[in-house]
Structure formats: C-alpha cells, structure tokens
Design a protein around this ligand. Sequence first.
Ligand code: GLN
Length: 485
Amino acid sequence: MELHQLTIHELQKLIRSGKVNSSDIVKSVFKRIDAVEGSVHAYISFMKEYAFEEAAKADRSIREGNIQALTGIPIALKDIVCTKGFLTTCGSRILYNYIPPYDATVVEKLKEAGAVFTGKTNMDEFAMGSSTETSHFGITKNPWALDRIPGGSSGGSAASVAADECIASIGSDTGGSIRQPAALCGVVGMKPTYGRVSRYGLIAFASSLDQIGPFTKDVEDCAIMMNVIAGYDPRESTSVPLDVPDYTAFLSRGIDGCKVGIPKEYFIEGIDPEVTEAISRAMKAIEGLGASCVEISLPHTEYCLAVYYIIAPAEASSNLARYDGVKYGFRAEDCRDLMDMYKKTRSAGFGAEVKRRIMIGTYALSSGYYDAYYKKASQVRALIKRDFEEAFKDCDVILTPTSPTPAFKIGEKMDDPLQMYLSDIFTISTNLAGIPGISVPCGFTRQGLPIGAQFLAGHFEEGKLIQIASAFEKHANLKQRRPDL
Ligand code: GLN
C-alpha cells in the first residue's frame, strides 16, 4: 500500500512510530493527484506550496514529540468553507476571485489539530445540486466509473477521498450533500446534528439546514475528524454549548441489543432493486451482530421534498442577496447605472440552478405568500421532526438507503430538475429534523458501483451512529475494494 491509500489512524501509527513523516505523506498525495486529477477533477484549486510548508512544520512538531489528532495529515476542504488567503469560490462564477480575510471555525480547528490542507474541492454552485454538475469550474467524475457523477453537492470532497487524492475531507450537507456523494463514491460521510459543528465561515445556502461534516475512508477516521471539528463556537448563534464526547470511544462497543428502526415509508417505488437488496443484506448483517430490526413509521415522509424545496430556496434567496457586484467577486462591465450593474452581475454571475432557486425562494417569501408557503412549510417541518421523536421511542437508530440509486450517468438528470431533486429523497428529512446521519458503504452493484446505507439517530447522538456504523463496517469488510483508476 502507498501512503496516500492509508487512513488517518493508520498514518498516525506510522508517524508515531517514526516510520514516516508528513512530508512523505504530502508528497505521496500530490503524486497521486498528478496521476488521477486529470480524469477525476475533484479540486477547484490546490494549496500545494502551502501544504509542503505546513508538512515541514508538522515534521518539526513530530520530531519534538508534539503530535495532535491530525498532525501532518493531508485534508481537502469543500470550496464552501472560507480559507484565509486562499480562493473560496463556492463553485460559482460570482465568487471566482474571492479570497476570504478569515478562516472558518472548522478550518481553524483542523489547523489547531495539525491538519495539512491540500486544496479546495469542487461542488455544485452554492451547494445546490446532487451531482456536482452545476459547478462553474467543470464536472467532477466518479472515481468508480468516470462516465458517472460523484453525487453532490460535495462531489469533489467525496471523489477526492475515494480516489486517494487526500486522506479525508470536509463537506457540507443541507439536504444530503455529504451522505449522498459519500454513498455514490463508496466512502463514509457524516452530517452531524444541527448546531454540533460551527457554521461560522461556511458560505450560507439555507441557514436552518446547513451543517458541516467529514468524508473519510472508514468510520474510525470519521470519529477522529468529529473529535476535531465538533464543539461550541461563541461566534455562531446556532452552535450548541454541549460537551463533545470522545467519538472514538464508541468504535468498539458492539451493537448487541441495539434496536434498529426500518421506516416503512422509505421503501418506495423507483428505488433501484440492487439498492433494496443491499439494504436487506445490511439488515440481516446487523441482526447477525446482535441488533434487532423493527418496522417504524415516519408518516410525513411524503411531504419532505415539498417542504425542503420551499424552505431551502427561501433561505437561499435571502442569503444570496449579498452577491451584488459591490461586496464580493465578479462584477459585470459596461453598466448604465447601479440597478443595471446589479442585474447584469447577477445574470452573468449565477448559473441556471441557482437562479431557479432564487426565483422560487423570492416568490415563496413575497408579500401575501409568506403564510401560504414558508410558514406552512415550517409547520409541516415541525411534524416531520416530531415523526422522528416518536420513532426514536421505539428504536435507537434508523436504517435507510442513502440514495435511491447508485451513481447515474453524467448529463442524465440535468434537464429534469425534479428527477435530480428525487436523489435526496432519503436524506432531506434529516436536515429538516436537525438530527445526525451517517452514510457507510454497504455493497456494490453488479456493475461495480458503490451503494451506501444511512443510519440516523436522535439529536447529538453521533456516538450511536459511529457505534453501529463501525460494527457494520467491520462485518461488511468492503475496504479492500478500490476504484481502478
Ligand atoms: N441536493 C439538495 C439540493 O440541491 C441538497 C444539497 C445540499 O445538501 N447542499 O438542495
């Protein structure tokens, strides 16, 4: 095995035993990037020079015996988190030249833990999408099948981990954007509880739904990353002042006696039969490990997509009002006056999907419509949240497919926004309820495409997710299989 193929915990062991240093690892990762990035296109920009400087610093710390959780480990960041002094585009032309004057809290925390950043990963424009095809900077390919999408919106972060172009990465999840691409690329992805990880410095899409989380090669690495990024941040008003447990303590607890809820509303028409088969096998596997599966009901499931596609665009239309050609990034030229400049800047700066969301959101929030749309959607959202509270009275965690289908072909759903929106059918309710979710690889289709299983738990119960996902992962034993790049 080469260094770029290893996990955080495997590399940590090598570092601690003095067998390798950070410069070796960073060199290996950039060699891999040189070899495969031309076909995968996981990144928008690189931080290569900085990475080697930081690796040299990490090597000094290692020699001094000062080794933190991520000392010397190459990590990629979705291009939606602000990095002081480094390009942060959010996948949009409107921010094509934006260099933030500050770091997001997660970036600060990763730096404090010793991480070395490799670059900023590709994403759907403003995180709106499920395929990473709406980026202004080109399409990311699925490392398992280069004619297919990696999922989205954090497709670059998922693909970079799957293709070994970094050791782990950061993504954001508003309706599934960590879990869905994790499933489609065969890696582990977690969306923490709303309020668990600070959103300070995360470019806002839909503020009441957005959460930052990790992509990793296994569940142990997920626990390590969560230990670093979770926690209260006084700069972020929805950050929750709760203690963060040591997530690695949940890794080997086993799941004997655990009750796993299977929501009957999630096994719907349109779900790929190979996905259903893989989830049935996962159910048997966890029963074999001592857990029991019980049928549960989430009766308002059918409204999730409709509620999300009012709330998310409404909040987005308000958040995106700030891009006017004055404060950030792109500005159109040859404008008659201020209004003309706004219009031309926003017309040329945003892509079609972002404009569609701004129009839906502006309509839903306009005078006279607020009660009928945003307010009504918020009321139904409360019912969706209550569904989960009721369900968790009868089970410890919930198991569902992460995505109804494996990775689809590039271009397949671009002309049909509704079909595209359906790829988040199993992930969106989690964000509406604010609860945590994890996607863990659970099998492959006969064509060799990865399939993901999603586990959900109550608020701030990420530990339980790590516990069950870790037990399942050990049993499934899929880690040896790698994309043939
Ligand atoms: N695909 C969903 C959307 O387009 C979710 C995106 C996300 O989680 N950022 O809004």
